[in-house]
Design a protein around this ligand. Structure first.
Ligand code: DON
Length: 305
């Protein structure tokens, strides 16, 4: 077995020069004040062993990583019917792009671009009695941390500046692919993006995807084996947007990023790994985080290929 602790500490030292590169997301003003020097990384193996380095226990804004959890809720509720309303192809465009929607009649390319996540949010609103509470319960349950919360300041900061998401939602609505009031969908979407979790929470919270849909410590079946396989496939092909090809090439595992600087990776039947470094590359993925994951799979010799 690789010496995960030594590898994480080595990676933390190696990425230090990268922490000055890239830009912290500032289109959500509340995120702009997060110190760029932060770096954390955590690994949880299927047998429950936890390894961590740096700021791995500090909570940060998970942003688009939340899309994996809302997709999980939507698949639990309506299964494959979801694919009548959202596609499963990489978009090759930025996460917040509007351009494909007109040509493709309001059917978002995949559930991880913002357009797709808004449709998934609509499904969650339609199928859950108390969507916010149920999303929180699912995330707390998967990660084993009952203290995980949303950050209303981050949500408000995004709402005040969320013109692109409002445009996306209105546009999709014009094609009839959203049912709820635009404000309700956006408020739920900003809520999910504002959830604050640490690398330790995220590594624990994604372990069910490395374990064929079953939470290893509670034994709860969160998704079927088949559904977990398919979410991993979507993370590999679409989880890092128009950098997904490069991420697959460099890192070689399913991954999901967020503009808060987090990225979570899954190595099926082995482990989940989460990294946090706030400054982003041009594609909106953590710059040092992407490099750290590349080093992790290179040093451990683990990948899905
Ligand atoms: O909708 C947005 O723009 C943000 N709440 C989330 C975007 C995001 O995290 C994209 N990930 N790299």
């Amino acid at each position: 077995m690789p010496d995960y602790q030594a590898i994480l500490d080595e990676i933390r030292d190696e990425v230090q020069p990268l922490l000055v590169q890239g830009h912290v997301a500032d289109y959500i003003p509340r995120l702009a004040c997060v110190p760029r020097e932060k770096f954390g990384m955590a690994v949880v193996t299927l047998d429950g062993q936890l390894y961590q380095t740096g700021d791995a226990a500090e909570a940060f804004s998970i942003q688009s990583i939340s899309k994996v959890y809302t997709l999980t809720l939507a698949l639990q509720s309506i299964g494959d019917k979801l694919w009548q309303r959202v596609g499963r192809e990489p978009s090759g465009n930025a996460f917040n792009s509007l351009v494909q929607l007109e040509l493709e009649n309001g059917l978002p390319r995949n559930p991880f671009i913002n357009a797709g996540a808004l449709v998934v949010a609509d499904v969650v609103l339609a199928t859950r009695k108390d969507p916010r509470a149920q999303l929180l319960a699912a995330i707390r349950g998967c990660s084993g941390n009952p203290d995980i919360r949303d950050d209303p300041e981050v949500a408000l900061s995004e709402k005040a500046n969320g013109f692109r998401n409002a445009a996306l939602a209105n546009f999709i609505r014009s094609f009839g692919n959203l049912e709820h009031a635009i404000d309700d969908i956006l408020d739920f979407y900003f809520f999910q993006c504002s959830l604050a979790m640490s690398c330790v929470d995220l590594a624990r919270g994604f372990l069910f995807l490395a374990n064929q849909g079953r939470c290893p410590w509670s034994g709860t079946n969160i998704l079927s084996t088949d559904q977990a396989k398919r979410i991993n496939a979507l993370m590999l092909t679409c989880g890092t947007y128009d950098a997904a090809g490069d991420f697959a090439y460099q890192v070689g595992i399913p991954g999901k990023s967020g503009v808060g600087g987090g990225i979570v990776g899954v190595i099926p039947n082995q482990l989940a790994v989460a990294v946090w470094s706030p400054a982003l590359n041009a594609k909106g993925n953590s710059l040092a985080g992407s490099a750290a994951l590349e080093r992790f799979t290179a040093k451990t010799g683990l990948s899905i290929f």
